[in-house]
Design a protein around this ligand. Structure first.
Ligand SMILES: *[C@@H]1O[C@H](CO)[C@@H](O)[C@H](O)[C@H]1NC(C)=O
Length: 88
């Protein structure tokens, strides 16, 4: 009987760990952007824009932080690669 108690406790701990990891993963997805290269800024206009010239990465889409002017890199985007716009 003691074995089952230990096994159950272990299972509960394990399930808790899985749940915690899923929560972390969700948070990463929610703000899945990395800091843009130094000098790739956006004049404090809140919203998304395509990197069209160095030091921004051409073909990547960025989110501008309207209060700090810092850009955040969301990675490659087809429309940015095709026509340097969010929508072609
Ligand atoms: C802008 O950056 C500040 C400081 O890092 C942060 O607190 C704020 O949430 C950011 N705003 C947006 C819209 O990302």
């Amino acid at each position: 009987m003691k074995f089952f108690t230990v096994a159950t406790a272990a299972l509960v701990v394990f399930a808790g760990m899985v749940a915690a990891e899923e929560t972390e993963a969700a948070q990463v997805v929610k703000r899945a952007c990395t800091t843009a290269p130094k000098g790739c800024v956006c004049n404090k206009v809140q919203g998304q824009f395509c990197g069209i010239a160095s030091p921004c990465v051409v073909g990547h889409v960025y989110e501008c932080n309207g209060s700090t002017g810092a850009a955040c890199d969301y990675g490659p985007r087809d429309s940015c690669k095709k026509c340097n716009k969010l929508v072609c």
